[in-house]
Design a protein around this ligand. Structure first.
Ligand code: GS8
Length: 216
C-alpha cells in the first residue's frame, strides 16, 4: 500500500516531501488539505499535525509531520530502489548532508522565506508587500549565497560531488524565488546558477514544480 501526504501542491513544505517521493519513484497519494476552509485547523488534521500545518504524512500506523523529518523517512524507506540521497553508508558523507541540511533550514530558509511570503502570500490576503522586509532579507540571502558560491566552486553539489537531500531541500523556495525580479542574486553567482540549473532540471523537480505556479 502506498503512503499518504496531506497537504497542497503549492505549499513549499509539502513540495519538499513530494520531491523525495518522486526522486525515489515511490507510489503515494496526495490528500488535498483546503486552506480556504481552514481544514488544516480542524480536529481531523490536528490529529495528524498538532501545529495545524501541512504537510502531514501517513504510512500505515506511522504519522509524521515536519517536512525535513518526513523527507529523511522517505529516503530511508525507499533507499534500495531509489538511491541513497542521505549517504548514510558513509560517516563523512552523511555528516556533510546533515551539515548542508542544517544550513538550508537555519540560514537559507530564514532569509528566503520572508521574501517568499511578502511576494507570493501577502498579496493573496490583500496586503501590499513590505519592501523593507524584502530588502533586509535579500541582504541576508546574498551573504548566505556567497557561502554557497564558495562551496560550489569546490564541489558539484552542496554536500560533495553527489546529489543529496541537502540540494533537493532547497528546491521549493528557490523555485518561487527564481520567478521574482530578485533571481539575479542567484544568476550573478556562476556556481550557484549552474547548481540550480542542474538541480531544477531533474525530472522529479520538473514534475513537482509544474504544480507550483509562481505567480503572486
Ligand atoms: C513548517 C510547515 C509550514 O510552515 C515543515 O513541515 O517543514 N517546519 C514545518 N507549513 C505551512 C505551509 S508552507 O509549506 C502551513 O501549513 N501554514 C499554515 C499555517 O501555519 O497556518
Amino acid at each position: 500500500m502506498g503512503v499518504k501526504v496531506y497537504g497542497a501542491t503549492m505549499s513549499t513544505c509539502t513540495a519538499r516531501v513530494l520531491l523525495c517521493l518522486e526522486e525515489m519513484g515511490a507510489e503515494y497519494e496526495l490528500v488535498p488539505i483546503d486552506f480556504s476552509t481552514g481544514e488544516h485547523k480542524q480536529p481531523a488534521h490536528l490529529a495528524r499535525n498538532p501545529f495545524g500545518q501541512v504537510p502531514a504524512f501517513e504510512d500505515g500506523a506511522l504519522i509524521l509531520y515536519e517536512s525535513r523529518a518526513i523527507a529523511r523517512y522517505i529516503l530511508r524507506k525507499y533507499k534500495s530502489s531509489g538511491g541513497d540521497l542521505l549517504k548514510e553508508g558513509s560517516l563523512e558523507e552523511s555528516a556533510m548532508v546533515d551539515l548542508w541540511l542544517e544550513v538550508e533550514s537555519q540560514q537559507f530558509n530564514p532569509a528566503i522565506g520572508p521574501i517568499f511570503y511578502q511576494i507570493f502570500i501577502f498579496p493573496r490576503f490583500g496586503n501590499v508587500p513590505d519592501q523593507a522586509v524584502i530588502d533586509t532579507n535579500l541582504e541576508k540571502l546574498c551573504k548566505v549565497l556567497d557561502v554557497y558560491e564558495a562551496r560550489l566552486s569546490k564541489t558539484k553539489y552542496l554536500a560533495g560531488d553527489f546529489f543529496s537531500l541537502a540540494d533537493l531541500s532547497h528546491v521549493p523556495l528557490l523555485h518561487y524565488f527564481m520567478a521574482t525580479p530578485h533571481a539575479s542574486v542567484v544568476n550573478s553567482r556562476p556556481h550557484v546558477k549552474a547548481w540550480w540549473e542542474g538541480v531544477s532540471s531533474r525530472p522529479a523537480c520538473k514534475k513537482v514544480t509544474a504544480a507550483m505556479p509562481a505567480s503572486a
